[in-house]
Design a binder for this molecule. Structure first.
Ligand SMILES: *Cc1c(COP(=O)(O)O)cnc(C)c1O
Length: 355
């Protein structure tokens, strides 16, 4: 149990118009902060007014990127209460990320307690317009001033929150995906399974290339043979071929998404066969050409489910399901968002009430 100290703001901000929130543009009044010192452990948990951090210019995070982050949301239900979606899964994932990045672990109970305490303080920042939510960003940074490469002796764990808008303002629209065959995101033994900042810095060049070609996201191939499909930007990816659902195995190079896991559980419950064996890009393109590729969608906390309408790999351009959202894609979206916003009963036991 964390012993949290509260220092509430005397100058709350004016809240933005809930109809124009977009993503990551506004931040709430407070932040959760906790220190870590080698030998002493985590200490001094506090919720304080949102403000710039003061860290040494030699802080190790600024030079060697020893850090980790998570992303989850708080949802306003029709009866006005507030709930989280599987926050313990984010806590477990952060433990795995931190282990790989030599960052101190945060017990699952403490992570969930910190998130809940933060959301309770910021309850008025959880929007109520359809499909809006409070995006929550927990993260750990290394703060010791030191220029030698080794793990830091001091860290900060922080949580900030940002009210975010409906992902699909004009209804769900299929996106165009560029299959990256030059740059790679992850290799076995690397950091692909972690949410660490460096992974995203390294992905920007590819993202810009895809945008310049008219594609909104990149589909990564495995980093060794560039032969098997892995995931999309900040989403896991699913393919429905001849009735079977394929998604890449999470064996070290793919981020184990909470929405990915939830989709697999729902699909199995609905009687679908889900294959987590590797899927070759050649077989995927061939299925597209033969008309056996029925649906493609990405999964992640931000968009929940994102239908894919077009795939480009080298000189092949494949249109998926006539550029329309597939039936199963829609059903997963409706079920997951229904549970998250408390509009349908949570028979999976996935939600945690905050208030
Ligand atoms: C966060 C993330 C996902 C999706 O994870 P969720 O827990 O479902 O939000 C997928 N891929 C990458 C690379 C990510 O960073």
């Amino acid at each position: 149990m964390l012993n949290i100290r509260y220092e509430l703001t005397k100058t709350p901000k004016t809240k933005p118009d809930q109809k124009n929130l977009s993503f990551g543009k506004y931040y709430t009044d407070h932040m959760f902060v906790m220190d870590y010192t080698e030998g002493k452990g985590w200490h001094d948990a506090r919720i304080v007014p949102y403000a710039p951090l003061s860290i040494d210019p030699a802080a190790m995070v600024l030079h060697y990127a020893q850090e980790s982050f998570e992303g989850l949301k708080a949802y306003r239900t029709p009866d006005g209460s507030i709930q989280l979606f599987r926050p313990e899964k984010n806590a477990e994932r952060m433990i795995n990320t931190n282990k790989r990045m030599c960052l101190p672990a945060l017990p699952v109970e403490d992570f969930v307690q910190a998130v809940k305490a933060f959301v309770e303080v910021e309850k008025d920042w959880v929007p109520s317009e359809p499909e809006t939510s409070l995006y929550i960003r927990p993260y750990v940074i290394s703060t010791e001033p030191h220029l030698g490469v080794r793990p830091s002796n001091t860290y900060l764990f922080l949580i900030i929150g940002s009210p975010v808008g409906a992902y699909y303002e004009e209804g769900m629209n299929p996106v165009k995906i560029f299959v990256e065959d030059e740059y790679v995101r992850a290799t076995p033994g690397g950091t692909g399974f972690t949410k660490c900042g460096g992974n995203y810095a390294a992905s920007l060049a590819s993202q810009i290339k895809a945008h310049d070609l008219g594609y909104s996201q990149v589909l990564w191939l495995d980093g060794v043979e560039r032969k098997y499909v892995e995931e999309v930007g900040s989403m896991n990816c699913f393919f429905k071929i001849d009735g079977t659902i394929y998604t890449a195995p999470t064996v070290g190079t793919v981020l184990p998404g909470v929405i990915r896991m939830s989709c697999i559980e729902l699909l199995k419950k609905w009687g679908y066969t889900v294959s987590e064996n590797r899927l070759a890009i050649k077989d995927l393109i061939q299925a597209g050409k033969d008309g056996r590729l029925e649906e493609v969608f990405g999964t992640g906390t931000a968009a929940v489910i994102s239908p894919v309408g077009e795939l480009r790999y080298e000189d092949d351009v494949i249109t998926v399901n006539d550029f329309k959202t597939g039936e199963l894609t829609q059903k997963l979206y409706d079920t997951l968002t229904g549970i998250q916003w408390g509009k349908i009963p949570d028979d999976m036991g996935w939600t945690t009430k905050v208030l």
